[in-house]
Design a protein around this ligand. Structure first.
Ligand SMILES: [Zn+2]
Length: 433
């Protein structure tokens, strides 16, 4: 990163363990050729214990001079026989080495799984797996050990501290994270001491963590709420939308609600009783409306209920957050990655994507400052957590260097100072960073 031009930042939506794991992979984004990529795999494999999986990510095969993927045998040789995978930057394809294919039980007789393709040459798998076929490998890969998980968390916190973050909200915290982060902080680890971590596990796990909280909670680490899922994602057309998709998935013209109104209300009531604000995953405008409706009916006395993503919010709902005391957790940086998806999947609603200006105006009408209602985050490792990306998207509504005509809903742009306010930790002044 560019030497921490920022201080006192908060990333209000990310995935710490996965970010750390991604940092532990071989990064192929800088490779111009297949040869360079195989060289990077070789160097990583040379220092890894035999038998350890080598994971290389962010491969852009179309940008390589050779313009092709390696095959399982080439990858086997590069990784010195260790199981190895090379994953495409867009997560839609991976190449598995010969031992990785064997570990996953993929051979000539393996049928293509539904929604996936095992590429073959003369009947033999080449190593290239597309879409759902990638899951065959993920299922075979060993879970990280506790030591590896500690190392992932340590790396993630060090990386974020280096970018100027002093507070991060982990948005699907696993039960083992609290103990590992508490250990890191107690051991004086620089990242774990510099960054406050708010944990949001699933509701069932939050209940259990609450019982042991006094053994691990500390100034820099707390159980902050519980995560619920109300819909799916934009790219898979499962985000729950008010208007039907122009090209929906079969049987789901509006996407996929994941909870009934009754189940959502019951979960919100339970959160309120536990004193844990809910963080509700809602990407589509129908999901956002259902979340607001449910919070309105439950009328929780616990502060800090929040709706995460808010990728589409209808005009009728933008002003409802502040009066209900609901925080909009938004990741504008996804606009940079999702420009094409927004145009392809939701051309009819692109003008309602990431409506930051409306949300902030709605907050102002109820007497709230922008940073009281809109909390920005990155959702890393889905995209990188560079604070400049959120600023670019919030202020310019398009990729850096792209023409003005490429901007998505440019009327929803906000000023850089306002965006920064929504990215700043309120504890920043009182907290050594
Ligand atoms: Zn997330």
């Amino acid at each position: 990163m560019s030497g921490a031009p920022f201080k006192g930042l908060r990333d209000a939506h990310l995935h710490l363990a996965e970010h750390g794991e991604a940092l532990s992979c071989v990064d192929l984004s800088g490779c111009a050729t297949l040869d360079e990529a195989l060289g990077a795999v070789s160097r990583a494999a040379a220092s890894a214990p035999s038998g350890q999986w080598i994971k290389a990510v962010k491969a852009r095969m179309h940008g390589w001079r050779e313009g092709r993927w390696p095959d399982a045998r080439e990858l086997h040789d590069a990784a010195g026989g260790r199981p190895c995978i090379v994953r495409s930057f867009d997560h839609h394809a991976l190449v598995a080495s010969t031992p990785a294919l064997a570990a996953a039980g993929v051979g000539p007789g393996t049928p293509d799984p539904e929604g996936g393709v095992i590429e073959r040459r003369g009947g033999e798998p080449t190593g290239l797996l597309l879409e759902n076929a990638c899951n065959l490998i993920w299922r075979a890969m060993p879970e990280p050990s506790l030591d590896e998980r500690r190392e992932h968390l340590r790396r993630a916190l060090a990386d974020l501290a280096g970018m100027g973050f002093v507070e991060v909200h982990d948005m699907l915290s696993r039960p083992w994270m609290s103990g590992l982060i508490a250990d890191l902080a107690a051991s004086g680890d620089a990242g774990a001491s510099a960054v406050r971590v708010w944990l949001y596990p699933r509701l069932e796990e939050a209940e259990q963590l609450l019982e042991t909280a006094e053994t691990w909670q500390r100034e820099t680490l707390r159980l902050a709420g519980a995560k619920l899922f109300l819909d799916g994602t934009l790219n898979s057309r499962t985000a729950w939308m008010l208007e039907p998709y122009p090209e929906p998935i079969a049987g789901h013209p509006h996407g996929k609600p994941m909870m009934s109104a009754d189940a959502l209300e019951a979960a919100l009531s339970k959160c309120d009783i536990l004193g844990l604000p809910a963080a509700i995953h809602a990407i589509g405008d129908a999901a956002v409306r259902a979340a607001l409706d449910a919070i309105e009916r439950v009328s929780p006395s616990t502060m800090g209920f929040r709706i995460e993503h808010c990728q589409f919010v209808d005009e009728a709902d933008v002003g409802r957050f502040a009066p209900l005391g609901v925080i909009a957790g938004v990741q504008p940086c996804h606009l940079l990655a999702d420009v094409e998806a927004l145009r392809r999947v939701t051309p009819h609603r692109a003008h309602r994507a990431f409506p930051l200006r409306d949300l902030i105006d709605g907050a102002a009408r109820a007497g709230f400052a922008p940073e009281e209602i809109v909390w920005l985050g990155s959702d890393t490792p889905v995209v990188r957590p560079d604070p400049e990306d959120n600023l670019q998207a919030a202020v310019h509504r398009r990729r850096a260097g792209a023409p003005q005509a490429d901007a998505i809903a440019p009327e929803q742009a906000i000023g850089r100072d306002v965006a920064l306010a929504c990215m700043r930790s309120p504890d920043a002044e009182n907290f050594a960073d």
